[in-house]
Design a protein around this ligand. Structure first.
Ligand code: TTP
Ligand code: MG
Ligand code: MG
Length: 413
């Protein structure tokens, strides 16, 4: 795999429906719809037998039953699915500590460094599928590739119960015929604009070239071009241990335009930096969360070369992440900045303790430096960075998040 990265994307097959079939074996082989049965009910999950009739998640139940009148409708049992999800994730975590949950039934698993223990990635993917089936009684589909977005596309290619590997060196060939909508972050507006230029597949996009894409979409164009070349440096950010600290605000009026969004992010980056300094922490991973007027939520994250508690570095990173978001023609109701992967300055202090005993103990000096920095940088309201503009500092209305970065069951749309 390029750069020796091997990433799995695992997604359970017809998750809610499969759990119900496991619990009620008499349903096996039948078309099963999990969801509200009432007139306004919606299908949450459809078994693969029901999909043959055209039944799908998010379809009105009435439509699904018209397509497949013999389907068995089962009311959802969310507590049960959450419990099964935990069991599935516990299996994932035996194979690698780097498990990033995306929703209740799917995760990225970074196999970096597991080769010595488990052997080559394809074998790990197979072993994982067997373990999930034996221990939880459910099937899943797995994609294996060198980068996240390819692993995610791959896992959907041979559903249900499939394993799809994109071997190193074949990434471009794999991507070339795919419709552009398969690329992350290529929304309907971007698709429309590209289609007007005759761009329908990822291969077309690549041929259009970086310069033309940048001219059309700015940094977002650059991002798309990189994806078309199978370049995606996003790391798998594990849920465990990766506590996050963040600040987000919801706006009464949608925020429009990059300059205004950058000001919002500055306010949030400053808040996050304040709290990092207050807790004596530095963070390496920065995450941008942004939700548009249609409630489409996107997140982007990056890893910094070194841990920081500096608002300018956090703001710069958040702005870079913003460049990869389609902002044109969209208004945003929420923005947020959060950080993960903390490093405590205590580590530096401990290292210093290994120095010769004749040197003065560094702890008080380190503490003093931090305190001065806090006072200098965050001492009072007047020191709030001028670049933030004249708006009142968002504060009491803002939601402070202090949670796991990827709560299960949070879906992107
Ligand atoms: P998905 O993984 O999207 O779908 P799935 O597991 O049912 O089927 P597939 O084999 O294609 O992966 O979603 C996981 C669960 O999340 C799904 O079983 C039910 C729930 N869900 C909803 O409640 N509403 C929805 O609109 C979707 C898409 C999923
Ligand atoms: Mg699924
Ligand atoms: Mg899923």
């Amino acid at each position: 795999m390029s750069g020796d990265r091997a990433i799995l994307h695992v997604d359970m097959d017809a998750f809610f429906a499969s759990v119900e079939v496991r619990e009620q074996p008499q349903l096996r082989g039948l078309p099963v719809l999990v969801g509200g049965a009432g007139r306004r009910g919606v299908v949450a999950a459809a078994s693969y037998e029901a999909r043959k009739f055209g039944c799908r998640s998010a379809q009105p139940m009435a439509v699904a039953l018209r397509l497949c009148p013999q389907a068995v409708v089962v009311p959802p049992r969310h507590a049960l699915y959450t419990e099964v999800s935990r069991a599935v994730f516990a299996v994932f975590e035996r194979f690698s500590p780097l498990v990033e949950g995306l929703s209740i039934d799917e995760a990225f698993i970074d196999l970096a460094g597991t080769e010595r223990l488990w052997g080559p990635p394809r074998g790990v993917a197979e072993a994982l599928r067997v373990a999930v089936h034996q221990e939880v009684g459910l099937t899943c589909s797995v994609g294996l590739a060198c980068v996240k977005f390819l692993a995610k596309i791959a896992s959907g290619m041979n559903k249900p119960d499939g394993l799809t590997e994109i071997p190193a060196g074949t990434e471009l060939e794999f991507l070339t015929p795919l419709p552009i909508g398969e690329l992350w972050g290529v929304g309907p507006r971007t698709q429309e604009k590209l289609q007007r230029r005759g761009v329908h597949t990822v291969g077309d996009l690549r041929r259009l070239g970086e310069a033309a894409l940048v001219e059309m979409f700015g940094a977002h164009g650059l991002h798309m071009h990189r994806l078309s070349l199978a370049l995606d440096e996003r790391a798998v950010v594990p849920d465990r241990a990766a506590k996050s600290l963040g600040h987000e605000d919801t706006y009464a009026d949608n925020v429009v335009g990059v300059p205004a969004l950058r000001r919002c992010l500055l306010s949030q980056a400053t808040r996050v930096a304040d709290r990092l300094v207050a807790q004596g922490l530095k963070a390496r991973c920065v995450c941008l969360k942004i939700r548009d007027g249609d409630f489409v939520t996107e997140t982007r994250q990056c890893t910094l070369p070194r841990a920081t508690d500096d608002y300018r570095e956090l703001h710069a990173a958040a702005c870079r992440l913003l460049e990869a978001v389609e902002t044109e023609g969209r208004g945003f109701r929420l923005t947020g900045v959060s950080v993960t992967h903390f490093e405590a300055p205590e580590r530096e202090v401990q290292l210093d303790l290994l120095a010769p005993a004749s040197e003065p103990p560094p702890k008080s000096a380190a503490l003093q430096a931090v305190l001065s920095a806090v006072r200098e940088r965050h001492g009072h309201q007047a020191l709030f960075p001028a670049e933030a503009g004249s708006e009142r500092r968002l504060g009491d209305t803002g939601a402070i998040t202090h949670s796991r970065p990827n709560e299960p069951a949070k879906r992107r749309r």
